[in-house]
Ligand binder design. Sequence first.
Ligand SMILES: [Zn+2]
Ligand SMILES: [Zn+2]
Length: 286
Amino acid sequence: MEGAPAVPDDPLPPAPDLARSGARTWAVLRSAAAAVGSGTRLVVTAFLDLLFPSPCLVCDRYTGEPPGEGGGGIVCGGCLAGFRRITEPWCLACGEPFAGEKGVSHICGACERRPPPFHRARSLFAYEGPVLAAVHRFKYRRLTALAEPLGRLMADALPTLLETDPTTVLVPVPLHRRRLRQRTFNQALLLARAISHRLKLPVEYRALARTRWTRPQVGLSLPERRSNVQGAFTVPPHRRQRVEGRHVLLIDDLSTSGSTGSACAAALVAGGARQVDCFTLARPRR
Ligand SMILES: [Zn+2]
Ligand SMILES: [Zn+2]
């Protein structure tokens, strides 16, 4: 499947206009002018748009919320309220939540049978609702402004999910250079930078290299996903000192089967990392 394009899992409504200030203002003025005489409601709406010209990048609604904490004026309070945290009980190793709300966290059967190369993997949110919309728009609609509020949410939750120490370094899951050309940015790197900005942890974005093109994991079975990414990552010999003896926090936007995290962690451990933990923004509910 060489050359298979990266495609979204499902269609989304079109993204808001990236250059939304100037052009948007004139569009609003024009629609306001057209509405004169046909109803004051439209005029009032247009006036509000002028006062608060930044729609939520996830739902397109103009909320008029001031910039600040949480969504930072980029994601509205309504969308943030719909971001569902993954809660315990979960597997202490792979972080997969167990069905039902009762019980205590423990190692799942799959991790018992086949211990993962990482120490722990944790995801912040369930990949659904506004989180799914946010990730799609961030990655596939290239709304990179979303990296900052999403990374900040990850940074703020990190101390409750995973431990860090003075040797901790953030390593984003690398993209193959062909995928990077298609997308023009690495979403994992942007998230890692936002986390780094907040928590003052260093980012080593060249510590891990993707040495081989892999087809998108979407639609593959678990064994197919494993073999698809197995051996696709390496720590280049001249970068070993970046991770040797260190605690690596592997950063990505999504964790679906854990296969990518496992392949990266195996490469990092082989490259001398003392311990690898995986931290992703979201994972789908099974
Ligand atoms: Zn919203
Ligand atoms: Zn597990």
